[in-house]
Write a protein that binds this ligand. Structure first.
Ligand SMILES: [Zn+2]
Length: 351
């Protein structure tokens, strides 16, 4: 018994003193890693640099891991400062660009929130954005009382499409959440209903370039994603969200690798990195590290990032896809450049 007790105490101490939940493997994130084998800048198509005061650590970590350009969902209030201080360098005139987003958080009536979204859309457009994000995860739709296909939101879709902008949608969420916090289907609906709703909206806007965030919100079901890609030629998927992708791509590694190779023209790299006041170099580095191991290498081993969706003793093993160079070239660079060109986003120097 005393052995068990002291082992438990040692674990407790270790848990208290370990470097948080982003470096469980005790890595030195500052060790050099070669840049991705890509011609031209590497583009992170889905991220959240939330404030100018986070940018120094952000760009340090990004430079270390060879990530050059960002399509960020930043609150409008922070955009001008970021553009002024970090928007371009002499050799990278489009380092930081923005995806138009609604106001997040605190309560407004639905009508006022949509009116505010339209004002923000115009402001983002005037600052160069040509893509708008709709966050319609199950929890968000319930919290806001607005479905993706609600007539109020239709005003924002119409405005974006009349401006010839592209659309990004977050539909779905991890299976672990559908089996956890969304089990009250009377309140949240079912995954099937959510995807029918999404398809209904996509059918209203044929020809509009469209990004399905986080592997269309369902990396657990590659068959569903293939069906969507086959039936909606304007749809591409971003592979953002670190813990979700590490867990679910690794869990079906061989099928996922086949999927990426088969659909190599339809996938954009994204990290879903989110900056924060308590997120320094190592936290930010952990996300870039995990993505690069997952897409580029045949690494099989522990992930440095704790996955709160799984118990402590069932943490995922990261299984890298070791994607062929030609596929990496497309997801890191060629596909995002081609997608942005469709909506006339300036990609000077990105050719
Ligand atoms: Zn995101």
């Amino acid at each position: 018994m005393s052995t068990t007790n002291s082992a438990t105490i040692a674990q407790d101490i270790q848990r208290q003193t370990r470097p948080h939940d982003h470096n469980r493997a005790d890595l030195d994130f500052r060790r050099p890693m070669p840049r991705p084998k890509v011609r031209g800048p590497v583009i992170d198509f889905h991220c959240h640099l939330l404030a100018n005061r986070h940018a120094t650590d952000w760009f340090d970590a990004a430079a270390h891991y060879g990530i050059d350009c960002f399509l960020s969902m930043t609150p409008l209030e922070e955009v001008v400062g970021l553009l002024r201080d970090w928007g371009r360098t002499d050799d990278n005139p489009a380092r930081l660009q923005f995806i138009a987003v609604a106001r997040w958080g605190d309560a407004l009536t639905q009508q006022a929130w949509v009116d505010d979204f339209l004002v923000r859309l115009e402001a983002f457009y005037n600052l160069g954005s040509r893509i708008v994000k709709f966050h319609s995860a199950p929890g968000t739709m319930v919290a806001r009382g607005l479905r993706l296909d609600s007539p109020l939101l239709c005003r924002v879709f119409d405005e974006a499409v009349s401006r010839k902008m592209a659309i990004m949608t977050h539909l779905g969420d991890p299976d672990t959440w559908y089996h956890g916090k969304y089990t009250d289907t009377a309140k949240y609906g079912t995954r099937e209903e959510h995807y029918q709703m999404w398809e209904g909206v996509m059918r209203q806007y044929p020809g509009v370039p469209w990004v399905g965030a986080h592997m269309g919100g369902n990396p657990e079901d590659l068959g569903r994603l293939q069906d969507l890609l086959d039936r909606y030629p304007d749809l591409v998927l971003d592979c953002s969200a670190t813990r979700w992708m590490v867990r679910e791509i690794s869990a079906r590694r061989d099928a996922a690798r086949e999927f990426f190779i088969r659909n190599q023209d339809r996938i954009l790299f994204g990290s879903d990195q989110v900056s924060g006041d308590d997120r320094g170099f190592d936290f930010l580095a952990s996300r870039f590290w995990a993505h690069r191991k997952l897409w580029e290498t045949a690494y099989v081993g522990p992930t440095p990032i704790f996955d709160p969706d799984l118990p402590e003793d069932q943490q995922p093993v990261l299984r890298g896809l070791a994607l062929p160079d030609v596929v990496l070239q497309k997801i890191y660079h060629d596909n995002p450049v081609r997608f942005l060109a469709k909506v006339g986003m300036t990609v000077g120097g990105w050719g």
